[in-house]
Design a protein around this ligand. Structure first.
Ligand code: ZN
Length: 398
């Protein structure tokens, strides 16, 4: 992703904000439909059906019709993809888009290629229904298949081009690595390496907490509230940038070092849960979860997002060399003797085999199982290939 600062005129800004408003409206309509879905109803409408409904909605609402169909359809596609990522277990469930907080829209395909260099420092992009908008070239743009235009909390406009990285050739050593999404670290390798994805520093986290407390005391729609929100947005953006860099570095490194990279396949049934409509925490304090749980949830979500990006980037860079392994029992099975028992898991962090005494970091043990592709056989052969007398109690819960 390469991101550039845009310099739209006042008139263009108004038109861009309209695109954002339409994209947000369409996204929220799609989300509402998805949340309304219950088990006894037919499946929630997919993209094709929603696109048809969009055409109808445009026929009814003049303000929607006046906008760009490209922008609105793309918002539907984005939502569709968000739902698929959620079911794949790599992303948090899609949430409501809010005015002032989620201002942005995406352009994909041939329309996204209308970009021209003006000189060494300036380029321009032809945005549907808005016209040519100038942006500062802080570095070269590579061939982009899509871009996203966003307005941040401080009112600045950016354009970000999605760049698909070039595949990295395999080293040809025949080496296989297993990567496990860790419980105690961001990722563990079967080689024993523990990787942790950077986020905000302690000082930055303290500052974030401080700002969030200040935000709670600000009056709605006040200038002060706007300033505090912008400062919070900048901190979050800083953490997100670090995570992105980490994903790029890590995926390049793994693609260069190993011929085959095995990761856990997260498309497993227990990840699929129906979303429950949640009350808006801004409107009522009654349903607010306690602080610690909220924080744990946040961290999990961030890790889940980071993991999804890592796997996608690996697939881009190590094309055809990424294998997905069913992760069932990888955390309970001994990577040395193959004994599987929930008692093997001494704690979140420590694995100690009750059969052979093998002791290891729990995430590394799981990564070794993933590298061996052992989990696949654990699923295909139920009950597993472990002699009953060595397993006092069959672990039924995975
Ligand atoms: Zn063992």
């Amino acid at each position: 992703m390469s991101r550039f600062r845009m310099c739209p005129t006042a008139e263009q800004q108004a038109a861009l904000l309209e695109h954002c408003r339409h994209a947000r409206h369409v996204w929220n309509l799609a989300l509402e439909q998805w949340l309304m879905w219950t088990r006894d109803k037919p499946p929630t409408p997919g993209y094709v059906e929603q696109a048809r409904q969009l055409t109808e909605a445009r026929a009814v609402f003049g303000w929607l019709r006046a906008g760009s169909q490209t922008v609105q359809q793309q918002a539907l596609r984005d939502f569709d993809q968000a739902v698929r990522y959620f079911y794949a277990g790599t992303h948090r469930r899609p949430t409501w888009r809010k005015a002032g907080r989620h201002e942005g829209f995406r352009i994909v395909g041939t329309q996204a290629s209308r970009v021209e260099n003006l000189n060494r420092t300036w380029a321009r992009v032809l945005v549907p229904k808005v016209g040519w908008i100038r942006f500062r070239l802080s570095r070269a743009i590579s061939d982009a298949k899509s871009y996203r235009i966003t307005r941040d909390g401080a009112g600045r406009w950016h354009i970000a081009f999605a760049v698909i990285p070039a595949p990295i050739p395999a080293p040809g050593t025949g080496e296989v690595v297993g990567v496990d999404r860790g419980v105690t670290v961001s990722a563990a390798l079967s080689t024993g390496e523990l990787l942790s994805c950077p986020g905000l520093s302690e000082t930055e986290q303290d500052r974030l907490k401080h700002l969030q407390r200040r935000l709670a005391r600000c009056r709605r729609r006040s200038n002060r509230r706007q300033r505090v929100m912008a400062a919070i947005a900048r901190l979050h953006a800083r953490g997100a940038d670090r995570r992105k860099n980490w994903v790029e570095r890590t995926s390049t490194d793994l693609a260069r070092r190993y011929d085959v990279i095995r990761v856990e396949d997260l498309r497993i049934p227990q990840m699929i849960r129906r979303p429950k409509p949640k009350p808006d925490p801004e409107r009522s304090g009654a349903h607010l979860p306690n602080r610690r749980r909220a924080k744990a949830g946040l961290n999990r979500g961030i890790l889940a997002n980071g993991w999804g990006h890592l796997v996608r980037r690996l697939e881009d860079k190590a094309t055809g060399r990424v294998q997905k392994v069913n992760p069932a029992y990888t955390s309970q099975t001994c990577s040395v003797c193959g004994h599987r028992a929930s008692e093997n898991r001494e704690s979140q962090a420590v694995f100690r085999c009750v059969a052979c005494g093998h002791q290891a970091n729990a995430d590394v043990n799981a990564a070794v199982n993933i590298a061996a592709g052992r989990a696949v056989s654990a699923r295909q052969e139920t009950p597993p290939r472990v002699s009953p007398k060595r397993e006092p109690q069959l672990a039924t819960s995975a």
